[in-house]
Every structure is written in C-alpha cells, then in structure tokens.
Design a protein around this ligand. Structure first.
Ligand code: PBG
Length: 326
C-alpha cells in the first residue's frame, strides 16, 4: 500500500468519469445472481396482490407459468416456489401430496420453461393448521418426528421436477434427513439450498400475509436463531454443509451483512442471502411516499449484499432490477 498521502495520492482521479468508475468497481450485480420468489395457490386465473407487498401476487398455476416465462425472458435463472395449500392439518399432508399445489406448479413450470431452475421452499408452516414449521405435540414443536415429514416433502418436490430443494424449517438434522431420502429414492442430483442461518426475525412479517403462515400460538424462537448471535451462524452453516448442503443461505440479508461477510470468510460453498419480505416492504413503503428513489435504493441495497460476500440473492425486486443490470 502506498502511503505517500495527499497531494501525491488523490483518490478522486479514478472517480472522474463513468468509464473510469466502472473500471475500478469492485463488486458487480449480475442478473444471474438473482432468484425470484413466487407464491402459488389453487384455482385458475387467480391473481391476488399481497397487501403488505405491493407488486407481489399470489398466483394460480396458469399465471405462475406466465410469470415463469417473464422471469426467464428477463434472464433471471431461478425461481423459489412457496405454496398456499387448500387444506391445512396437523400432519401438513398437502405439503407432500404428489398433487399438492407446489408439485403441480413445479411440473407446469418445468414443462413450459425447462431451463429455468426451480427451487422449492421446504417447510411445514403454510401446511399445518397451527402455522408451525414442524409437528406439534403438547404445544411443543418436535424435532425428530418433523424430519421424516420434511424428507417426504422434499422428495415429492424432487419427483415433481424441482432442481433444488430449500429447507427453511430450521430443525436440527434436516439437511441430513433430506439428503438421505433423496439419495435413497433416486434423486441424487437434486441439490439442497439450506436456509442454514435463519434468524427469528420480525422482517418476515409481510411474508406471513403472503403465505398465510402465521403461527396460531407462540413464535419461531425455539428453532430459528436468536438475532443477537453471530458465532452460532457459523455453527449452523458448518453443520448443514457437513450434512450435505450444496448452497447455504443467510436470512434476512440487510440487517445481517456482518453474518454474510463472516460466513463468506469461512466456507467454500456458494452463499445465498435472502432479502426478505420486510426488506421489500420497507423500500416500497418509503418509495410510495416519495421519500426514497426506489430504483437507486434497490441497486444500492443489493450491491451491498453482494459486497458483503453473497453469490446469490433471493429478492422480490429481482424482476424490477433485472432489466437495469442486464
Ligand atoms: C417458511 C419461510 C419463511 C420465509 C421463508 N420461508 C417465514 C418464516 O420463517 O416465518 C420468509 C421469507 C420472507 O420474509 O420473505 N418457514
């Protein structure tokens, strides 16, 4: 490092023109970094805007296919699917029903846009009557009995044609259970993107409107991580990698850039960051008031997530930014 100092050093020299700035830019946001979340529900010609997420919709399978084509045409390589089931029960049975809503959507998307990577969220919270991520007995979310159900869900997604399954439940041992099931039942090439360091965050509020998955009692603190912990994120990530995770994720993104940075220094696997529903809602609300420039803020926000070390970003802004960075 040169320490000649001013006036020999003038850092502004390389900031003088857009071309110079582009030459020394250290981080670039590419359309291939993006993953777009989609919410699918039963019915046909259903398109219902999520109240707390303007511009984001619950879509029936016919519309999901149209949306998948639009996403592909923008050059976005992947979607993440969430299902809103017809029935909710104690065993989350629609979650692993071969005719369940996610399974139908995966098949339809893979048929219409075979090159689009389809990732499915694997969790029980939208499918259990009580809105919890696992099997509940006596008011307690049970870890080990949930693993078998999650593995069944992941397998049914794989058999429908999913390229990647993404367990978001935060049960201990979930990646191992899913990997084992996929390998035993003939889906060894289906990858696992683990929501490995997922915090018990208030930033998921709007998502729970979108996916209709608010817990009927209690909260998610007995399985999701304490927001105050950072070392524990490393433990979670290293364990999931040991169990077979191909891609690991930190979630939420923006208030957790230190975690993204820390994990990037620690592991070799691709790292994803989920810029969650609450992050989307914050920007949208301020932009609607005319208080912030949405386009500029989104680029700054996503660039920061990449600069911290994420390879992939799950964001509800994927479609909006794709054309700006292509
Ligand atoms: C399911 C799940 C949640 C999110 C992704 N998968 C909600 C939660 O854990 O409560 C949040 C996504 C978002 O807020 O955008 N467990």
């Amino acid at each position: 490092m040169s320490n000649a100092g001013f006036p020999v050093q003038r850092l502004r020299r390389l900031r003088m023109t857009p071309t110079l700035r582009s030459m020394v830019r250290e981080t670039s946001l590419r359309v291939t970094d993006l993953i777009y979340p989609l919410f699918v529900l039963h019915g046909s010609r259903v398109k219902a805007e999520v109240s707390s997420m303007p511009g984001i919709y619950n879509l029936s399978v016919d519309y999901i296919v149209e949306e998948a084509r639009a996403v592909r045409d923008l050059g976005i390589p992947a979607v993440l699917l969430f299902g809103i089931p017809k029935t909710k029960d104690d065993m989350a049975s629609e979650a692993y029903d071969p005719k369940g809503i996610v399974q139908q959507a995966v098949k339809a998307i893979k048929k219409a846009t075979p090159d689009l990577v389809v990732i499915t969220d694997v969790c029980l919270c939208a499918y259990t009557a009580n809105g919890h991520c696992g099997i509940v007995r006596d008011g307690k979310i049970l870890n080990d009995p949930t693993l078998e159900v999650l593995a069944k869900v992941a397998l049914s997604h794989a058999q429908a044609g999913a390229d990647i399954v993404a367990p978001s439940d935060m049960m201990d041992g979930h990646v191992r259970a899913i990997r084992k099931k996929l390998d035993e039942k003939g889906s060894p090439d289906v990858a696992i993107m683990s929501y490995a360091a997922k915090y018990a965050s208030a930033f998921y509020g709007p998502f729970r409107d979108a996916a209709q998955a608010t817990p009927a009692f209690g909260d998610r603190r007995s399985h999701q991580m304490d927001i105050a912990n950072a070392r524990e994120a490393e433990l979670e990530i290293l364990l999931d990698i040991k169990e077979g995770a191909d891609i690991v994720m930190v979630k939420p993104a923006l208030a957790y850039l230190d975690i993204i940075y820390r994990i990037r220094q620690r592991v070799l696997q691709p790292l994803a960051a989920y810029s969650v529903s609450g992050e989307y809602a914050l920007i949208k609300a301020a932009a609607q008031q005319g208080w912030l420039d949405e386009e500029q803020i989104v680029l700054e926000w996503l660039t920061a997530i990449k600069r911290a070390g994420a390879d992939l970003i799950l964001t509800y802004f994927a479609k909006a930014v794709a054309s700006k960075i292509a």
